[in-house]
Design a protein around this ligand. Structure first.
Ligand code: GLU
Length: 480
């Protein structure tokens, strides 16, 4: 069967990692069956509307390569794909549902429910006994005709247990008594999520619904609506929340919760996508690196799991390092340039710098810490020249740097290979080990014991003039 799935984000202004993972699973279910992946914008909660938020949704999906087959910008046979443009459709079905006995008109001045339970203070207590349930339909219609504001509220008369199947959580039973008769259509004519999702999923011929497990407890309410209309519910695929740790959900407040946060911290979109695919799904073997195309081949719903998915930034960072190393040198350089621009103003051989850094960083944000000494030579202690393994101390360093200060200006083709060959020769000619020249040179050029890149690589990046100047300054320091 060709699946039709939909990603149905609310335009909140940023893409939560959990939402992007939902989108990915929706996408994979559709693509692995040769079906269609739809984008539907759920903007019925006008209070939460954020300017530009829809563009963020588009650009995130495009950046990770999850192109949609139908959606607000490209259309399709089941549009419109923005809920605020579907108001008339919801109204029509809400009135129909009242006629079918699945809902009733309500005139209580009680506060309306918000989209999700975020606004818990204002949510109607679940055991709300609606007096309007007793009104006759004629009476209710007369009040509406007289201009009284109303909501359409779900009617739940069933007793006993609701049963449904979920692809991840298995067979689920929920007491009808635990369900609240929530608002489906608000006084402003906008539907709540609880109504719109059912109407849209049905009218858009959605076959599989993937969403967070926080929606499991409401699913019987959706099933009652499907049932009242005589429609077949979709296949449900509820996925565990993405957690920060065992107790806490990954939330916007943590700072790492959105795709945009992670990109800003130097993570590659492809690595983020790969990592989140594994948060709740596994391939059944020990493979970990998957492109989107590879995920399409490997993905099966059966391998989704229900254990809470803990977002492990250390693991993501490791994976990002794998992706950085897999970039072509040209691509790495292109992506590194804006990061260099943030922390480096000095004239440097940036292409050489990219060659030094690509094998050694895990995120682009590492660039700042790895290159600070290039921008400005830090203060350091002379004791740094002391190194048993390299057989150096300040006296050896003084000798070595004096030799280097004389040799370096003679090296014309200023690149790592030439520098290395030249200094090796210098060491041999003066009865020194390579390390006895290269180690002091590294200290002289960086003020650090360890650096990404060896002494001659650093010299190549710094250029001749700055290298010679730093060696002379180090000599002066050593000679007191
Ligand atoms: N608009 C809902 C959300 O952003 C969609 C949930 C669903 O996929 O049904 O959480």
């Amino acid at each position: 069967m060709k699946a039709r799935t939909r990603f149905a984000p609310s335009p909140t202004g940023y893409m939560h990692i959990g939402n992007l993972r939902t989108a990915l699973y929706e996408y994979l279910i559709a693509k692995s069956s040769g079906g269609a992946f739809l984008l539907r914008i759920e903007d019925t909660d006008q209070k939460r509307y954020v300017e530009g938020a829809t563009e963020i949704i588009y650009s995130t999906l495009k950046t990770v390569g999850m192109n949609w087959d139908e959606g607000p910008d490209i259309g399709g046979n089941y549009g419109p794909y923005i809920q605020s443009e579907r108001k008339a459709i919801y109204a029509e079905y809400a009135h129909k549902l009242v006629e079918l006995g699945g809902a009733h008109y309500c005139f209580c001045a009680a506060k309306e429910e918000t989209e999700e339970s975020e606004d818990e203070e204002n949510a109607i207590p679940s055991k709300f006994q609606d007096p309007c349930k007793r009104l006759s339909l004629e009476e209710a219609r007369a009040r509406i005709a007289a201009g009284e504001p109303y909501t359409v509220r779900q009617t739940i008369n069933k007793k006993g247990k609701s049963r449904f199947h979920d692809e991840v959580y298995g067979d689920i039973e929920i007491d009808y008594d635990d369900l609240d008769e929530g608002v489906l259509l608000k006084t402003d004519g906008f539907p709540t999520y609880n109504f719109a999702n059912v109407i849209d999923d049905h009218l858009m011929a959605i076959t599989h619904v993937v969403r967070g497990n926080e929606y499991i407890s409401s699913t019987p309410k959706y099933n009652l609506i499907y049932e009242a209309f005589g429609w077949t519910p979709p296949v449900y695929v509820h996925v565990p929340q993405v957690m920060k740790d065992a107790q806490h959900k990954l939330s916007k407040r943590n700072g790492d919760a959105s795709f945009q946060d992670l990109v800003a911290k130097g993570y590659l979109p492809a690595a983020i996508l790969n990592y989140i695919a594994l948060l709740g799904w596994n391939p059944g073997d020990d493979r970990e690196i998957f492109s989107l195309a590879e995920l399409e081949k490997a993905f099966t719903v059966e391998r989704l799991n229900k254990s809470p998915a803990i977002f492990d930034i250390v693991k993501l960072t490791w994976m990002n390092g794998c992706y950085i190393r897999a970039l072509t040198p040209e691509e790495f350089h292109r992506q590194a340039l804006p990061w260099y621009a943030k922390c480096l103003t000095r004239k440097l051989d940036l292409e050489m710098l990219s060659r030094v850094l690509q094998p050694r960083i895990e995120t682009f944000a590492d660039i700042a810490a790895q290159t600070d000494f290039l921008e400005k030579m830090p203060a350091y202690e002379l004791s740094l020249y002391e190194n048993k393994k390299m057989k150096t101390d300040p006296a050896v360093a003084a000798q070595a740097l004096k030799l280097a200060a004389a040799k370096l200006p003679e090296i014309d083709a200023w690149n790592n290979d030439n520098l290395f060959a030249g200094l090796k020769e210098l060491a041999a000619a003066n009865g020194l080990k390579n390390g006895q020249i290269l180690y002091p040179l590294r200290i002289a050029l960086s003020g650090k014991e360890t650096t990404a890149g060896g002494a001659t690589e650093i010299a190549a990046v710094l250029g001749k003039e700055e290298t010679v100047a730093r060696v002379k300054a180090a000599l002066a320091k050593l000679e007191g």
